[in-house]
Design a protein around this ligand. Structure first.
Ligand SMILES: Nc1ccn([C@@H]2O[C@H](COP(=O)(O)OP(=O)(O)OP(=O)(O)O)[C@@H](O)[C@H]2O)c(=O)n1
Ligand SMILES: C[C@](O)(CO)[C@H](O)COP(=O)(O)O
Length: 232
């Protein structure tokens, strides 16, 4: 029985906003599929005890092959995900035995060990934590007619990233309550908010991008080249 941290890497999305034939999590950056790059970051954390990969049902065999090929020895299970991200996360956490869990998007391959450790430390201190960055733009609320209805104070606005870290028992309860209530969320913190549990912010870096649209691929290629140059 593990008592430390496990991670669920979700990579079962269709990538409709990317629009490529190949799902975006399997596109190549720096010579490896994006999801392999993400898994490798978590696999190299000395304190990370187990990893579950959630992917498309048809993609399970090729992911298993990559796990062997790239020596991702902490990946204990590769499971098919669901229609929505929320369902994919739930199917992943059912496989874990650790006391704490980190949920991370398979398409955020630039997260650093420092950011992940900061998120872990905040979660241990506060009970739950997410990486996030202060928003740089002024954000407007807009109605269905395209008219601005309000301007929230920017000091209170953060763009939320992953990883997001929780006690496994809290996250399971949050997912099961959401299922009972028919509550859907775009991140896991929202599910704890729905339960009334506090979630703390850990300031991350703007470089922890989620590869979502074609312009993110251009940025990702540039970031990979910069990293390769600074590593050599
Ligand atoms: N049913 C789903 C939907 C999303 N994800 C994962 O959740 C992460 C963040 O989601 P997003 O960037 O929205 O990915 P997609 O759902 O693939 O993209 P889109 O919304 O453009 O279709 C991705 O790693 C994606 O693979 C998942 O595991 N299962
Ligand atoms: C969890 C998340 O990465 C936080 O930014 C994001 O909400 C998930 O992806 P989506 O683009 O909202 O589907």
């Amino acid at each position: 029985m593990f008592t430390g941290f496990g991670a669920v890497i979700v990579a079962a999305g269709k990538g409709s906003r990317m629009g490529t034939r190949e799902s975006k999590q399997f596109l190549d950056i720096g010579g490896r599929p994006i999801v392999v790059q993400t898994l490798d970051i978590f696999n190299r954390l000395p304190w990370m005890e187990e990893i579950v990969l959630v992917t498309g049902e048809d993609d399970v065999p090729r992911c298993q092959d990559w796990i062997s090929e790239y020596g991702l020895d902490k990946v204990k299970a590769v499971v098919p995900g669901g229609r929505e991200r929320q369902e994919s996360v739930y199917l992943g956490i059912l496989q874990l035995h650790s006391e704490w869990v980190m949920i991370h998007d398979g398409v955020r391959p630039f997260v650093t060990h420092e950011e992940i450790a900061a998120c872990r430390d905040t979660a241990i201190r506060e009970g739950a934590a997410v990486l996030a960055v202060p928003v740089k733009d002024t954000i407007k609320q807009v109605n269905g007619q395209g008219l601005i209805t309000g301007t929230p104070a920017r000091q209170s606005l953060w763009a939320v990233h992953t990883p997001q870290a929780f006690r496994l028992a809290d996250l399971l309860r949050a997912h099961e309550t959401a299922q009972q209530d028919g509550f859907t969320a775009t991140d896991d913190a929202m599910l704890l908010e729905h339960l009334g549990l506090p979630v703390a912010i850990t300031e991350g870096k703007y470089s922890n991008i989620k590869i979502t649209t074609p312009d993110d691929l251009v940025l990702a290629a540039l970031m990979t080249r910069n990293k390769e140059e600074s590593d050599s």
